[in-house]
Design a protein around this ligand. Structure first.
Ligand SMILES: Nc1ncnc2c1ncn2[C@@H]1O[C@H](COP(=O)(O)OP(=O)(O)OP(=O)(O)O)[C@@H](O)[C@H]1O
Ligand SMILES: [Mg+2]
Length: 249
């Protein structure tokens, strides 16, 4: 299933200086806020904040976002004719709208996109002078100033087709959640959360899970919040980890 949405403009400023590690959030913010970055590929483990960063960091205008699956047709991104009474008017899809308005287009789960979708994105990833999209109406749309295309995925860039990978201005690995996201967690959750991000995939708990616990915490208390979010078996292991952390403090 795919979703498309338009969000209001939001400005984010760089607050941290990069420490030199290409995965630091200070550096990531600086890159994504740069007016010289038009296309970006953000990748990393699930729930690390790639989509959040693509939606918010450095956004200076409108945002169009789409999560693609194998079933997503190129027409869903480009646009389509929609019957209206006896007419068949054309409706721009999110890519066409973003290009016309000079907005940011975010494609989530890029590697799940069909060949149709990926080949449609190729020309959009070109530089502003050559990027263009020809619609079934015959019109060729060229991107307005400010158009950006950010893509997110779990796969490392090496796993993308070379021609696609080669077209991104920047490739960013997100290895840990943003400090602002971690700051939302109760201090009892923060340490275990940080440790859990580095576990092997079958034991790893993403930021999403910890944020769910955080939301239930005031109403249910720690134990029941954890059990509700992770279920009895996994929840018991998480609780053991949390109690172990408390005992060590
Ligand atoms: N900087 C942040 N501030 C507040 N909440 C955040 C921040 N970053 C991420 N989150 C929250 O953490 C959760 C996971 O983030 P997000 O969906 O961006 O992860 P992702 O890396 O795109 O995951 P996936 O690979 O599964 O798509 C979301 O609920 C998101 O709102
Ligand atoms: Mg995502």
């Amino acid at each position: 299933m795919s979703t498309s949405s338009r969000r209001s403009a939001r400005e984010t400023t760089t607050t941290t200086k990069p420490s030199g590690r290409a995965t630091d959030w200070g550096f990531i913010e600086r890159v994504l806020c740069s007016r010289n970055v038009r296309t970006a590929y953000l990748w990393g483990k699930p729930g690390m904040g790639k989509t959040f960063a693509a939606y918010h960091l450095g956004l200076g205008g409108a945002l169009y976002a789409l999560t693609v699956t194998e079933e997503t047709a190129g027409a869903e991104i480009r646009g389509h004719y929609l019957p209206k009474g006896r007419e068949m008017p054309w409706h721009d899809g999110p890519a066409t709208q973003a290009m016309r308005e000079g907005a940011r287009l975010v494609i989530n789960e890029l590697s799940h996109g069909s060949a149709d979708v990926l080949s449609m994105l190729h020309p959009l990833l070109e530089n502003l002078d050559t990027a263009r999209l020809t619609l079934p109406t015959g019109e060729t749309v060229r991107p307005a100033h400010g158009f950006q295309l950010f893509c997110t995925d779990n796969l490392p860039p090496e796993d993308l087709p070379e021609a696609l990978r080669d077209r991104f201005d920047v490739i960013i690995e997100v290895r840990e959640p943003h400090p602002a996201a971690l700051a939302q967690l109760d201090e009892r959750l923060r340490g275990p959360a940080l440790r859990s991000f580095t576990l092997e995939p079958d034991r790893r708990i993403s930021l999403r899970g910890w944020l769910s616990v955080q939301r239930l915490l005031p109403e249910f208390g720690l134990e029941y919040a954890v059990l509700a979010v992770f279920g009895p078996t996994r929840g018991a292991m998480v609780l053991d980890g949390l109690l172990l952390g408390e005992a060590q403090n």
